[in-house]
Design a protein around this ligand. Structure first.
Ligand code: WTA
Length: 654
């Protein structure tokens, strides 16, 4: 983020106090902050006992003696699936709709908690029949269909950690994640509907498990009915569930039993398997769903537009809202299929009251124009949320006025795959909101903004966002790599978790998250590693070297821009008329097959040299200047200062 945007942001002084009407019904109160302040661990122990069903009560709230490896709710035993499903049925809410599913082609399905209960039991038995045992890993590669939630909950039910891989990732990316977690089973579908067409998923799984693989079986949901190649290891989901016993007695697991692994981009080429355990994660997921999203399960219709392939889908579709017994909307497709009002049509149809999405989506809707949402009745909405990237005040105000009709509080929620649940956010009904700022740590969470030396910065200054006390939903490590866990998050400032985000405190002490300070980009709220894309480019036979930067983009927050040096054989080819353009296309497709379409560079510039320091380090800062079409900054540390002129000349021509 440039200095200019930064200072613009900090001139934002508008505040929106909660209405009396909202405050009167809100779950959140100021007393929560006081109670947590007074006795943080006591507070979390109360929340855990109040929000969850424990088969065995815990004896110690936090064991931090093995820091940075935490144990929360020591000695406690529970089952995550029972907490999300069974207990609501037992409490007499079996007829309540858990999911209003809306398929992209327009098909709908309402699934009650009783039906969900039936499905998770059969799915758990089907997994057991395929030889999955507690502790075994299961990869999930599915579109946004109810079976995704059922698959995750069934894994949780039998204590088999799931590793959900976003359906937009390529077979190579899937293969690497399956191998790292040594998954025994993959749950996938024949395909899903995307932009009006069936889009196959199974072929990517076939390619990912062919040859040497830990995968013994592939369980396939029939969604599109398209022709699907079949092998001996494949089993249809509907057949396996029909054959499975209807009842499954859930066993309680230790609070620290692994619940899931979720891969996310880090600063190296290798994605990190962030893993979470059961009791602490579920406590904070349920806590924030109740107090930040203000879910009232009896009356609300909640909709989080994230895909289950990201952490937001894990915590704010599956575990948090379901732990409260909420009614949700789940939508399979894109916001503009078949028309740009699709989301608002769904809000109207289902009377959605709470809506949680990403700033990129809001900016896209802004571009399409306010006449589109104006065609629908959005008066059921009472609370809006934002997640994944900083929301600029303009988008915030548009969201508030056009979607929220000026009556809905907005919660701008900062958190990460690693934090497991929301960490910084206003509490609706309590906090006066400020557009563009995530504002304050939620009760029970302690964060700070510190400078290079690790000192807390005064109000009005910027630095790095850190978490200063362990929290229940914190990651318990990086799968198979405890050293990298310590190194990435805990080595920089002793005893504090380094989030990798820059932040600023305004003069009222509100936190403004400004974006990543490491080699991680945030494109449409999706985390991508510059190094990972560079490795993908370099793996192409025509590429000698590559540098990738995230350039500011008005729509997607950041966009991937690549600078590529070709191998000498390819240089001549690229010089032929028209060939350069074709090669760039070839490289973009290559990144897409290596990682997935989301990683495809917006722009690839073929260059003769890259700007490097005398020690050989690529100066990405200068490339970012070029990509953002700014004057190039200080070049005095470059080994060859003429390099930038050549690159700029090339950029002007491209
Ligand atoms: C960014 C998504 C500003 C941040 C839940 C973080 C945000 C990364 C916000 C985590 C927000 C998330 N304001 N930035 N409200 N929420 N981020 O792991 O850079 O996919 O480090 O988790 O997204 O992305 P992840």
């Amino acid at each position: 983020m440039t200095e200019e945007t930064l200072s613009n942001l900090l001139h934002e002084e508008r505040t929106f106090p909660p209405s009396e009407e909202f405050a009167a019904q809100a779950n959140g109160t100021r007393a929560l902050y006081d109670r947590a302040q007074q006795d943080r661990l006591g507070f979390w122990a109360e929340q855990a006992r109040e929000l969850l069903h424990w088969d065995t009560d815990f004896t110690q709230t936090l064991d931090w003696s093995g820091a940075p490896f935490a144990k929360w709710f020591v000695g406690g035993e529970l089952n995550a699936c029972v907490n999300a499903v069974d207990r609501h049925v037992e409490a007499g809410h079996g007829d309540r709709v858990a999911l209003h599913f809306v398929g992209e082609p327009g098909d709908t399905r309402d699934i009650t908690y009783a039906e969900l209960h039936d499905e998770v039991q059969r799915a758990a038995n089907a997994l057991l029949a395929l030889g999955v045992q507690a502790g075994d890993r299961v990869a999930v590669y599915l579109p946004m269909i109810p079976e995704a939630a059922v698959a995750m909950l069934a894994c949780a039910r039998i204590g088999a950690p799931h590793s959900v891989v976003f359906g937009g990732f390529s077979s190579d990316a899937l293969r690497a994640r399956i191998a790292d977690a040594e998954a025994k089973v993959v749950i996938t579908a024949d395909g899903g509907y995307r932009r009006g067409r069936p889009s196959a998923l199974k072929p990517a799984v076939d390619a990912a498990v062919d040859g040497d693989s830990t995968v013994e079986h592939v369980l396939v949901v029939r969604r599109t009915g398209q022709d699907t190649h079949w092998t001996e290891r494949d089993v249809w989901w509907h057949v396996a569930l029909a054959e499975a016993p209807a009842q499954h007695e859930a066993q309680a697991f230790d609070a620290e039993h692994p619940l899931f692994i979720l891969y996310t981009s880090g600063t190296t080429g290798k994605p990190k398997g962030i893993f979470h355990t059961t009791g602490g994660y579920l406590t904070q997921a349920a806590f924030t769903s109740r107090y930040v999203h203000d879910i009232h399960p009896e009356t609300d219709v909640y909709w989080c537009t994230a895909d289950v392939g990201w952490v937001t889908g894990h915590t704010y579709i599956v575990y948090g809202p379901m732990a409260l017994g909420a009614t949700q909307v789940m939508y399979e497709g894109t916001p503009d299929t078949p028309h740009q009002g699709r989301w608002w049509e769904i809000v109207q149809q289902h009377g959605v009251t709470i809506f949680y999405t990403a700033p990129t989506a809001i900016r896209a809707c802004m571009k399409w124009g306010k006449e589109i949402p104006a065609r629908f009745d959005l008066s059921s909405l009472r609370l809006l949320g934002s997640v994944g990237e900083p929301i600029n005040p303009e988008a915030w105000v548009w969201y508030s006025e056009v979607i929220g009709g000026g009556r809905c509080p907005i919660v701008d929620t900062w958190w990460q795959t690693e934090t497991g649940a929301i960490m910084v956010s206003p509490l609706p009904g309590v906090t006066a909101t400020r557009p563009g700022s995530a504002q304050l740590a939620v009760p029970g969470i302690s964060v700070d903004v510190i400078d290079e030396a690790g000192e807390s910065v005064p109000d009005g200054s910027g630095g790095y966002l850190v978490v200063t006390e362990p929290w229940p939903a914190m990651l318990r490590g990086i799968w198979g790599d405890p050293e990298r866990y310590w190194e990435t998050y805990w080595s920089r400032y002793e005893g504090r978790y380094f989030a990798g985000d820059g932040a600023k405190k305004d003069t009222d002490g509100n936190i403004w998250v400004l974006g990543r300070v490491d080699d991680v980009m945030n494109v449409s709220g999706h985390r991508l590693s510059t190094t990972e894309i560079e490795s993908a480019l370099v793996s192409h036979p025509k590429v000698a070297e590559a540098a990738v930067v995230g350039a500011t983009d008005a729509m997607t927050g950041q966009a991937v821009c690549a600078f590529v040096i070709l191998r000498s054989e390819a240089v001549e080819e690229a010089d032929e008329p028209g060939e350069g353009r074709e090669l760039v296309q070839e490289l973009r497709t290559h990144v897409s097959t290596q990682i997935g379409p989301i990683a495809k560079p917006r722009q690839i510039l073929i260059v003769a040299e890259l700007p490097k320091t005398r020690s050989g380090k690529i100066m990405r800062r200068l490339l970012r200047d070029v990509a953002e079409q700014r004057d190039v900054g200080d070049v005095t540390t470059l080994a060859d200062s003429s390099v930038m002129d050549t690159i700029k000349a090339g950029m002007a021509q491209s």
